[in-house]
Design a protein around this ligand. Sequence first.
Ligand SMILES: Nc1nc2c(ncn2[C@@H]2O[C@H](COP(=O)(O)OP(=O)(O)OP(=O)(O)O)[C@@H](O)[C@H]2O)c(=O)[nH]1
Ligand SMILES: [Mg+2]
Length: 278
Amino acid sequence: MYKKCFIAGLPSAGKTTFLTALWNLINHYPDVKLKLNKIENGQYLASLSNKWANIEPLERTVPSGEQADISIKLELPNKTTFDLHLPDFSGETFQSQYEMREISEEVMKYIEDADAVLFFINVNSIKLLGLISEQTFIHSSTPTTNNDIVNRNPKKDDPIQIQVIELLQFILFIRKNKMLKIGFMFSAWDLIKSNLNDIKPEQFLEKQMNMLWQFCQSNDDIIKYQTWGISAQGGGFDEKELLLDKEYPYERIFVEGNDGYQGCDLTLPIYLLMGNME
Ligand SMILES: Nc1nc2c(ncn2[C@@H]2O[C@H](COP(=O)(O)OP(=O)(O)OP(=O)(O)O)[C@@H](O)[C@H]2O)c(=O)[nH]1
Ligand SMILES: [Mg+2]
């Protein structure tokens, strides 16, 4: 059996950190849903794994350093094995698709064939909403000048959820509206735990990214989605000492589902998203 996960996300969405943590976890932790059977080309993730274990920043994935096809042989609970293909694309690849309407044939092919999409969104890139009464407004009498409009920088100025919706529309278009299974992976979830402790990933989508939530609801004939809170690094670099105290690096990983699951199994979202493999 052969399965393909498409990993999408804007720059700094947490894609490479997830893949590196996943690699470390399946190599060292026996109690995962999908167990490691054999790695075909693990060089890339193995080389990042040390940095991750020592809480050192990973380098940005630049387009020339993309790993289009990482292949891992995994074992299902019923012992059958399958090859999981995952790419580590650069966030710039997705942003140029958003901004320039350009996409490489390689990425297009991956999108067409994918069994599921893991869409990474760094919660740190989302401005948390509050009540209108809590906001401080600056009332300006100066009308917006033409210059402001001309200087709009879509990558920087457009809200993340607008960019995500646009990218999802591209993906649906490329797949000719074939049913799309999406896992929204809210990365740096440790920041949410320390700020909005009891919010579940599904509520985060509905409350903090309401337009994206509505987009998914109104397209439920072609989109099936799940939401996950993911802390693949375990915390920020300012918490390094605390994180290094753990006996095994994988103990820092934190995954939260909507059904109450809280643990370190990064393979669980992949397993549940793929569905019907056994
Ligand atoms: N606090 C916290 N920060 C995280 C976590 N995971 C990733 N980050 C931070 O998020 C930033 C981006 O992470 P990457 O994994 O490099 O993101 P990427 O999606 O691969 O980005 P590109 O390679 O630019 O496309 C880094 O500064 C990470 O340290 C986490 O679990 N917690
Ligand atoms: Mg990366």
